[in-house]
Design a protein around this ligand. Structure first.
Ligand code: SF4
Length: 265
């Protein structure tokens, strides 16, 4: 009952929608989205957080500057040195070239809509990396870093997940305080890679007539699924990947952990 009471009406976010689609452990979802507990970022996520901090100064959800890991000999990893260079390039050259202007970072937008069948309110919350303007137009700018753009899905439009873009555009469209003129904002991904190529992409995701229905359907499904999981009191679904970084990783009896390397002489 405890879990059900806490999460009867959760905020639906694009990251929650994605985690539900990927069937992330319900207990972990309860910890992160119900209790607001922090996760431990994996190596790739840490580089993304670091790049965003270097580029915009945003500390994100944690409110703390990310800690750069060092090698055992105290030297810096080359990935982080490259991300430093990319941040300077983005700020001094790329943003001015594409007309990208930062108005605010780590901007939270709360909105919602009525459930199509029951009429109950479905609350939607989005945390924008950057609220800005691109060539004078209101825009959401999402900052990403990746190991190598040449090998990732960033150059394949079919592989691009539009959920985040549609959620953010719609939420900002609804926000009277941030968007008093009520225009549909633009959405851009700006992506840096930390491979020796030091490449980048600027990708604009277009809104279309079906986008709102995509948001509404995704949020409604997530709302229903959260209610179902609450009724089941958030069972565990352990996996090596998800248990790493889970807020309950130290105490959960069902956790899966990789063994330490056995050193032999
Ligand atoms: S440690 Fe694993 S099984 Fe336990 S709550 Fe976290 S993700 Fe689920």
């Amino acid at each position: 009952m405890l879990y059900e009471n806490l999460l009867r009406k959760p905020n639906i976010s694009q990251s929650l929608v994605k985690e539900l689609r990927h069937e992330v452990c319900p207990r972990r979802i309860y910890g992160v989205y119900g209790l607001g507990l922090p996760t431990t970022p994996n190596d790739s996520q840490l580089r993304g957080i670091y790049f965003e901090y270097k580029l915009t100064g945003s500390c994100g959800k944690s409110g703390e500057p990310p800690q750069e890991p060092l090698q055992k000999n105290g030297k810096r990893y080359v990935d982080f040195e490259r991300l430093d260079q990319q941040a300077v390039f983005f700020r001094d050259e790329l943003f001015p070239h594409y007309g990208i202007e930062i108005l605010g970072t780590d901007v939270v937008v709360s909105t919602g809509f009525n459930h199509p069948d029951t009429g109950e309110n479905i609350a939607v919350k989005c945390r924008l990396d950057v609220l800005g303007r691109v060539n004078g137009r209101l825009a959401v700018i999402d900052i990403k870093a990746t190991a190598d753009l040449a090998n990732g899905g960033w150059r394949n439009p079919l592989g691009l997940d539009h959920t985040q873009a549609y959620f953010y555009m719609w939420a900002l469209y609804q926000s009277e305080s941030l968007n008093p003129e009520g225009i549909m904002p633009d959405f851009y991904y700006v992506v840096a890679d930390w491979s020796p190529r030091m490449d980048y992409e600027v990708i604009k995701v277009e809104w279309n007539n079906g986008s709102f229905w995509d948001v509404r359907q995704a949020a409604t499904e997530a709302h229903e699924r959260m209610k179902q999981m609450a009724a089941e009191e958030y069972p565990t679904r352990p996996s090596y990947q998800q248990c790493q970084g889970c807020p309950f990783a130290d105490t959960c009896p069902d956790r899966r952990q990789f063994k330490e390397v056995r050193v032999v002489w």
